[in-house]
Design a protein around this ligand. Sequence first.
Ligand code: BES
Ligand code: MN
Ligand code: MN
Length: 463
Amino acid sequence: MEDINSYLIQNKQRLLDELFDLLRIPSVSADPAYATDVESAAEFIRDKMTQMGLDNVSIEETPGYPIVYGEKIIDPALPTVLVYGHYDVQPADPLELWESDPFEPVIKKTPIHPDGAIFARGASDDKGQMFMHLKAVEYLLNKKALPVNVKFMIEGEEEVGSPSLAWYVARNHDKLKNDVIIISDTGMVANDVPAITTGLRGLAYVEVEVTGPNRDLHSGLYGGAVANPINILAKMIAQLTDEQNRITIPGFYDKVRELSPEERAAIAKTPFDLEEFKKDLGIEDVYGEAGYTTLERQSIRPTLDVNGIWGGYTGEGAKTIIPSKAFAKISMRLVPDQDPDEIPQLFTDYFKKLAPKGVKVKVKNLHGGHPYVTPTDSPGYKAAAKAMKRAFGKEPLPIYSGGSIPIVPLFEKELGSKSILMGFGLNSDAIHSPNEHFGVFNYLKGIETITYFYNFYNQQKNK
Ligand code: BES
Ligand code: MN
Ligand code: MN
């Protein structure tokens, strides 16, 4: 059989068609209305695994959506690579901002993707990137050239905090035993600046409820005399950060690891164009914690953001009320060594103190995850770096990402293995946003790079 590059040219249409079939399944894990679609996506992955010749392929039932498992054990004496990815996607709304149907993929050219990009929910996060792994191993299996053992574990609840994965991993230590975990669910700096993610932020996510009077009131008859929960909530939120845009929660920064000047100098070497950044987002200026660059604010510093706020009357026209309740969803991105089990408690204690007597405050802890950092001298990192060098003709940069993949630190704790975050997306892919897309170049380059990874990993382990 031909080498990988001619294979990709010859099979390009089929590789796109197969991914398109997966992208047509609206596997939105957050919305129960899509439950059967999420199950169908799992069955789709299972069938692909079976067709490519993996063994012990199964849909593993969990308390939530299933995990699709499949493996190829060439020789128990060889190293084993575990591939993780997710087949669920974020909700597509707001639908009216999509230029094409989120679940009917189309290829369109963009300035960044002159060869075209696949527009669909999940194209980059993570169906497109996860599917590259199946297709890379399919190629190696056909060629009888898979040099190591491989296990696949593809889940359907990543976008809702992976509630069942910890349950599954805890029960399957032996089955999932591996030497390294490889994940493509992150990004590069640019198509000519490959990167491997060596840091992820953690997450603490809370929902707050502020209750004032026991019912909505006439804002003329009662206005001025009782606490309006929305006014109060706005004041409380405003007090969570100070003039320097530092978070005011007592103890919040206690465990934050400050980076050394050398580490900060390394971050500053990442290509970054502030003017482009502003232009792309349509903003006149950036905004964030004093004393840190935009790249640092986006990756190595913790954050607090309101994700949504509601309450009172939001319908047509004017309704004169003092609402009974106000709500907000608040996420905090965490950095080493902040603890997602501790931070919500610090938040809750402080948030309750900020409230005047006239309201009651409830805080619900929704989900969280630990931050992650991984060294650049492990066999897995070195193999990934060599693979990217070969595919892109350039050494990849190690980068800290601001995003979170909470199961990565969990894998390290439960299975004792490092995760290599070799992603092929770009920040401009609009993941979680309308018009998500993934470059055709990135999709094919990803498949190519992954085939190299297996060979270099085998060599690394044989040293
Ligand atoms: N793939 C993303 C995370 C990501 C994207 C990391 C790009 C680095 C670069 C993942 O699917 C995701 O969206 N994670 C969530 C956390 C989860 C608990 C909902 C996130 O970061 O908001
Ligand atoms: Mn993802
Ligand atoms: Mn995501």
